[in-house]
Design a protein around this ligand. Sequence first.
Ligand code: PHE
Length: 361
Amino acid sequence: MTTDEIDQLREDVLAAIDVAAGPDALEAVRVHALGKQGTVTALLKSLGKMTPEERQVQGPRIHGLREAVNAAIGARREKLEAAILADKLASETLDMTLPVDVPTSGTVHPVSQVMDELAEIFADLGFAVATGPEIEDDWHNFTALNIPDTHPARAMHDTFYFPPDDSGEQKMLLRTHTSPVQIRTMVDQKPPIRIIAPGRTYRSDSDATHTPMFHQVEGLVIDKGITLGHLKWTLETFLKAFFERDDIVLRLRPSYFPFTEPSAEVDVGFSIEKGKRVIGGSEGWMEVLGSGMVHPKVIEACGLDPKEWQGFAFGCGIDRLAMLKYGMDDLRAFFDGDLRWLRHYGFSALDVPTLSGGVGA
Ligand code: PHE
């Protein structure tokens, strides 16, 4: 092969490499030049038949050609692979800011939503969430809460009792309020204590505003030097955050609970807007919760010294809170499991309540 022919071959092969559109085309060019029967391979083989003088001239040219072809193939391959990767990255991009396709069925029940909102609000105030069993014993539900056997409050609670155990002594019951969680927490944990305890409670009662199973949230703070002022501030802060309004007005009415002294029932002011009651202002009053300073006898029953530790507690109906905030007027519909109701009043599972985004967002 003459020098011109070698130069021509180099030009042809390099041009073919340059236009190879993909890895397969490039491989075909490589085989055509450098494969067993390849054009460049044939040249390399021809070196063996040359005289030493010829080889001295042609050798470097032919080896140079092979190296140039190899280098060009390597460079082209890198380019093609980079283009394929760029294409893949562009087509497989996930836009994390796009909303997910939310399924049409399945919603968060307003009671669960409100419980999440409560946990969020109280977590911000330094409260942990505590729990206790729904099947309780007499001591935690009544006795330790300063409601002895003969106390009339027992009758007021419309308690569901289980049949007595074999010895005929222990009568278990469905807890009538979340207050037994106060007892369990004080027995188990060292003060200072700041907890809320949301959960199911049971009383034999049923009408438009009462169901045999309902939900309460208990609040308990035990520390040194706790006063009624701390209670009022905490409730005010909580209700303002919960109803997402600053014009929340509270009214504390003297009341009686065996486990608090003094006790106060808390009313929240409402106004009438377009014929509907709306929380805020003070055109009328609605009772929302019971509260008070934890009775020294209760603190003592849990093994703490009431001279050292004081605190406040409150109990609040969650279903009621949900009705007031989200405008439902029949409590019984909460527990019917009617899909139309759930779709209408339920919340998206992806709307997690946060204080910054608005707990009811
Ligand atoms: N446990 C009371 C009830 O169910 C509410 C309450 C809780 C009152 C804590 C005072 C303190 O009515």
